[in-house]
Design a protein around this ligand. Structure first.
Ligand code: ATP
Ligand code: MG
Length: 399
């Protein structure tokens, strides 16, 4: 197959390929960008693979950065653009089921493509648009399947993270995992425990935010991967509840976590622990916990504007989307309007300060000030007093 018209991202990078070839080496576009372009999807990063060794790349280009030179990656800067150029390589060792003990630079494209995870990710394109397809990745793109390059079992032994990558691509592309590959995942799912939680989480989040997340999540459960993830052991039935919901999308990572905690029926404390086990960032964890609280308040129908304000107005839209997912009744139109009308986002937005209170009431600094500030904050949020200096002063003096 030949791509008649290269996408603009590739075209822009052509001079880089040409420079490398002029110096007597081979260079190709590889990986996700090739796959996504053939599928008609937008491209994010353009990866280039070459027969030139990193040191050779550094003599060809003036401006380079050693991004991952021991793995063969050098970033080349051209104008305002930057390209990751990786030397063809093979890998061996994999004693920790994740990182190869040894990376060997090679001169053959085919050897490089062989070490890649799935056939659809093992395509290369030369500067004339010719697609190099050694493992029928094009056929698999057409069939919409995810198939390991070579023997699936061996490939997952080399790097167990690939099993998570399979279900995440499934979710992002709405593909099926090919039978042999799926069987190898099921047989080797236990190896996932060897992988750093952060890496698993990264793939898991991509899965949950993918356009066909239910397909990916279904296999994540069915192929036993969930059993070897933090906090998910023996939770398959609870997690499977998510599959019965309407096919809605999660608006962000926090929405996905909250939905999971809700399906597992976790207390706030258990939910917080689950997020810690997954090593979710503090910020995401706090947002998820606040969203979970708000969701449960909405479910009980037991909340007021102050609850929404104190849990963070920014969490409101996410919680409304989860209410839809879990069919929790909410007069969200009226409520949205009320929430939009909350005049402040935090106490810092109040038109009065502690010092002002001291002056207005002619009192001494002390705990009383904090109490008055909090009272004013409540009144402003509830809409009973305007957030304006004179009105707030009037209110203080009338109390
Ligand atoms: P994305 O669109 O998410 O960036 P991608 O296919 O580009 O998808 P990357 O993680 O950016 O995925 O990796 C780039 C390429 O490197 C892949 O297409 C694949 O060929 C190869 N690759 C990445 N991770 C692995 C792995 N764990 N095992 C084998 N090959 C891998
Ligand atoms: Mg990529």
């Amino acid at each position: 197959m030949q791509i008649k018209k290269l996408p603009s991202d590739f075209e822009q990078a052509l001079p880089v390929l040409e420079e490398i070839e002029k110096a007597g080496f081979e260079a190709y576009f590889v990986g996700g960008s090739v796959r996504d372009h053939i599928l008609g999807l937008p491209i994010h990063d353009v990866d280039i693979a070459t027969s030139a060794y990193p040191e050779e790349i550094k003599t060809i280009f003036k401006r380079t950065v050693d991004t991952g030179i021991q793995h063969g990656t050098v970033t080349v800067l051209v104008g305002d653009d930057s390209y990751e150029i990786t030397t063809f390589r093979t890998e061996s060792g994999y004693q920790d089921f994740r990182r190869p003990d040894q990376v060997t630079f090679v001169r053959s494209l085919e050897d490089d493509l062989k070490r890649r995870d799935f056939t659809i990710n093992a395509l290369a394109v030369d500067r004339n648009g010719n697609v190099i397809d050694k493992f029928d990745g094009l056929g698999d793109l057409k069939k919409q399947i995810i198939r390991a390059v070579g023997k699936a079992e061996e490939r997952f032994h080399e790097d167990a993270l690939r099993m998570m990558r399979a279900v995440r691509f499934q979710s992002q592309l709405d593909f099926t995992v090919e039978t042999e590959t799926a069987k190898a995942i099921k047989d080797n799912s236990y190896l996932l425990e060897k992988i750093a939680v952060e890496r698993v989480r990264e793939e898991f989040i991509k899965l949950m935010l993918g356009k066909a997340w239910q397909t990916g999540f279904n296999d994540f459960l069915k192929l036993n991967l969930s059993e070897y993830c933090p906090a998910f052991k023996n939770q398959r039935d609870n997690l499977a509840k998510l599959l019965k919901l309407d096919d809605l999308k999660f608006v962000d990572e926090e929405a996905a976590w909250t939905a999971i905690g809700y399906a597992m029926d976790l207390t706030p404390k258990q939910f917080n622990k689950m997020l810690r086990d997954w090593k979710v960032s503090n910020k995401s964890r706090e947002t998820s916990v606040a969203t979970d609280k708000m969701l449960k308040n909405f479910k009980k129908g037991n909340f007021d504007l102050w609850d929404i304000y104190s849990l963070g107005v920014d969490n409101f839209a996410r919680t409304v989307s989860l209410c839809k997912l879990f069919k929790i009744k909410l007069d969200d139109k009226n409520l949205s309007e009320e929430v939009l009308n909350i005049p402040i986002k935090s106490s810092r937005d109040l038109a009065i300060t502690g010092n002002d209170i001291i002056k207005i009431l002619k009192i001494k600094p002390g705990p009383e000030i904090g109490k008055l500030m909090s009272e004013i904050e409540h009144k402003v949020v509830e809409g009973t007093v305007y957030n304006n200096f004179d009105k707030l002063a009037q209110y203080l003096l009338s109390e």
